[in-house]
Design a protein around this ligand. Structure first.
Ligand SMILES: Nc1nc2c(ncn2[C@@H]2O[C@H](COP(=O)(O)OP(=O)(O)OP(=O)(O)O)[C@@H](O)[C@H]2O)c(=O)[nH]1
Length: 562
């Protein structure tokens, strides 16, 4: 068990993955044996390397592709998803499952902008350029190579993307006019020790020499690079160089050498089947045989040439078909997606509008309620004193009396009227009169409980309904109010005078629960208090009631104070 951090081991294995297979295998062994707790991300990185290992070194491309597909679906990390998609694309393409390869390639390429690590992003795009080149989509391949080169790639990537760019340009018949530009890719790759890429670039340069009318120069370059090409052990490159030398040698009349090189190409037939290289080599051999006037050999070689050509053409068609199928699928998916997006947007818009409307309605209802409340308060309140007005007092009192009657509770009513108020107004002005009214409201409120309703029921007339009070208790409260009013210090109003009021008290014991009767009896008592000299409290007792029923007798006053 190593103590090396798991991430460092993963990184080392990743770096050795293609350049140092032995070290890679050792590191993978260590990683697999490691039984430390690992994070999801570490597990996914390991899974990527395992898929790579199985596909490349285990010679099980299909299994490797399946592992990479599973990882592509499961991982939440964009970089790993991108790399896994690229791996599925490569493995499927090598396995000639072109449509699967293309599908994953497109998915991976579409998410390249989400990959933060520039090196990983470029690696995937270079892979994309390679695969698109393989299926004959050189314009797309060129676009990816250009994109990488414009994105300040590292030195190695400048070589890799540079040589993909050359291959695409060659296939599109759009090679740069100056040989120096091709040579610079060769030099860049040689500097990075990227032999396959360097020699692919060299063979393109050789083809350009030949096309520019210098087959000698082309052959010299090809023969010079041949040992290094052989050392790469990359069949397609080796066979390609031999086939090119064979073709050029034949053109220059060196039939023997042409035949040798063409035969070397054909010998690698298994590894390079259905390629243009094999077609070219059979073509060279056939022409040599035809020139030698050996019809049966020529016919046999012609047959092989025709078969190779047919295989190659059908391979091209298969690639084109795969590309068209996937392109069609992608277009359909994009259209479907656009449709879904449009309808989601529409739904969102409608929902948004509804929400705004709902908001407006709620706001409107709240405003109305608030206004209603304000209006109701205004309708119930006397603006000068802040007490309930006559209407409100009547409403509340009637309800309270109904409740009291139902509960069998007693209730009492106190009514009072300021004395000589007209004189206050006349002497000290209306402003002073208003001030007095406010002070009266405040002073009497202080004597009432929350459950009592004190209201201003006329100009200088007030009333309070006292639930649970009998006549005596109500008269006591009235008396307290009376004495408090008499003590109001009026200097604050700017004048010095005395405020007094006359009080009438009635109760349910004598008047019943009918408000108008209670008011009428209290009013009678108030009137009596005024008559008796003001600033006093008169209560409607049982005796008083009897007196009022027999008006001939002089009614006795129930004066609590004078
Ligand atoms: N300042 C002011 N005065 C008011 C208001 N409402 C009514 N008044 C006045 O109250 C006075 C009531 O006068 P009267 O009904 O003659 O009674 P009084 O002068 O109090 O005499 P008695 O009740 O007999 O003691 C009138 O002068 C009204 O103008 C008000 O809101 N503010």
């Amino acid at each position: 068990q190593t103590t090396e951090p798991f991430d460092a081991m993963l990184q080392k294995a990743d770096a050795a993955r293609s350049s140092d297979p032995k070290r890679f295998a050792e590191l993978m062994e260590q990683l697999r044996a490691d039984n430390r707790q690992i994070t999801r991300l570490q597990r996914d990185k390991l899974k990527y390397l395992q898929a790579y290992e199985v596909g490349i070194y285990g010679d099980q491309l299909a299994k490797g592709a399946e592992m990479a597909k599973r990882l592509y679906d499961e991982t939440g990390d964009p970089s790993i998803k991108y790399r896994a998609g690229g791996l599925v694309a490569s493995f499927s393409a090598i396995n000639r499952d072109l449509s699967t390869g293309l599908r994953y390639l497109q998915k991976a390429m579409a998410m390249r902008k989400q990959v933060p690590d520039i090196a990983i992003r470029h690696e995937g795009m270079a892979n994309g350029a390679l695969l698109y080149g393989e299926i004959g989509q050189h314009r797309i391949a060129l676009r990816y190579a250009d994109e990488v080169l414009a994105d300040k790639p590292n030195e190695r990537m400048r070589c890799i993307a540079g040589h993909h760019r050359l291959v695409s340009q060659f296939e599109l018949g759009a090679l740069p006019a100056q040989d120096g530009l091709i040579q610079s890719v060769v030099d860049q790759c040689a500097k990075q020790n990227e032999r396959i890429a360097a020699n692919i670039a060299r063979s393109i340069l050789a083809r350009k020499f030949a096309a520019d009318g210098s087959p000698d120069r082309a052959i010299a370059l090809l023969e010079q690079m041949l040992p290094e090409v052989e050392a790469t052990r990359y069949p397609r490159l080796i066979a390609g160089v031999h086939a090119l030398i064979a073709d050029l040698k034949l053109k220059l009349g060196d039939v023997k050498s042409a035949e040798e090189h063409a035969k070397m190409t054909v010998a690698m037939g298994e590894q390079i089947k259905s390629s243009a290289t094999l077609v070219s080599a059979y073509n060279t051999l056939y022409r040599i045989a035809a020139d030698r006037e050996k019809p049966s050999v020529a016919l046999d070689l012609y047959k092989r040439y025709a078969e190779a050509e047919m295989a190659h053409q059908s391979d091209i068609r298969a690639r084109e078909l795969a590309y068209e199928i996937v392109r069609h699928e992608t277009k359909q998916q994009a259209a479907q997606l656009a449709l879904e997006r449009a309808s989601t947007q529409k739904a969102r818009l409608v929902a948004g509008l509804l929400l705004v409307m709902l908001g407006a309605i709620v706001f409107w209802v709240i405003q109305i309620k608030r206004h209603q409340g304000q209006l109701q308060r205004l309708a119930q309140t006397d603006t000068l004193t802040g007490l309930g007005n006559r209407h409100f007092f009547t409403q509340k009192s009637e309800r309270a009396l109904v409740d009291a009657a139902r509960a069998g509770d007693s209730a009492a009513l106190v009514m009072f009227d300021l004395d000589h108020f007209k004189a206050i107004n006349d002497t000290y002005g209306h402003g002073a009169g208003d001030w007095v009214l406010k002070q009266v409201g405040k002073t009497c409120s202080a004597h009432c409980r929350k459950v009592d309703y004190l209201g201003r029921i006329g100009g200088e007339e007030f009333a309070v309904l006292l639930r649970g009070f009998d006549l005596a208790a109500a008269a006591r409260l009235a008396e307290d109010c009376r004495s408090q009013l008499a003590q109001i210090d009026t200097r604050e109003s700017g004048y010095s005078f005395v405020v007094t009021a006359s009080f009438g008290v009635s109760s349910t014991a004598q008047s019943g629960y009918d408000l108008s009767r209670l008011l009428s009896h209290a009013d009678q008592m108030l009137y009596r208090a005024k008559n008796e000299g003001r600033n006093r409290v008169c209560a409607y007792t049982a005796e008083t009631a009897a007196e009022y029923k027999t008006p001939k007798r002089s009614p006795s006053l129930t004066v609590i104070n004078s």
